[in-house]
Design a protein around this ligand. Structure first.
Ligand code: SF4
Length: 90
């Protein structure tokens, strides 16, 4: 799943926040997470435990990996609970 899109459209921050996603800000990429959609499959924590760590507050630290790595892991999220907006390619 392409974590930068919803229904094939490039997603905006306003849309994500309106849809109840919470923002985890990073330098090059912002991560958005919606706990109501999360299926607790764990691809994120297995994919990069430095960025996604369930026992930590905040549990997402966007700057603990390169933006490319963040995007790769988010695209493995099967539910759409994780989205991203890159800030380094605009
Ligand atoms: S990969 Fe997506 S669905 Fe799975 S635990 Fe992480 S956020 Fe939830």
């Amino acid at each position: 799943m392409d974590g930068s899109k919803i229904n094939g459209q490039q997603v905006t921050e306003a849309e994500l926040l309106a849809a109840d996603y919470r923002k985890y800000q990073g330098e090059d990429v912002d991560i958005y997470y919606n706990k109501n959609i999360c299926a607790h499959i764990g691809n994120c924590v297995r994919g990069n435990p430095a960025v996604f760590e369930v026992g930590r507050r905040p549990w997402i630290l966007a700057d603990n990996a390169s933006a490319d790595d963040v995007v790769k892991v988010i695209n493995t999220c099967p539910s759409g609970a994780l989205k991203y907006i890159r800030k380094d390619e605009q």
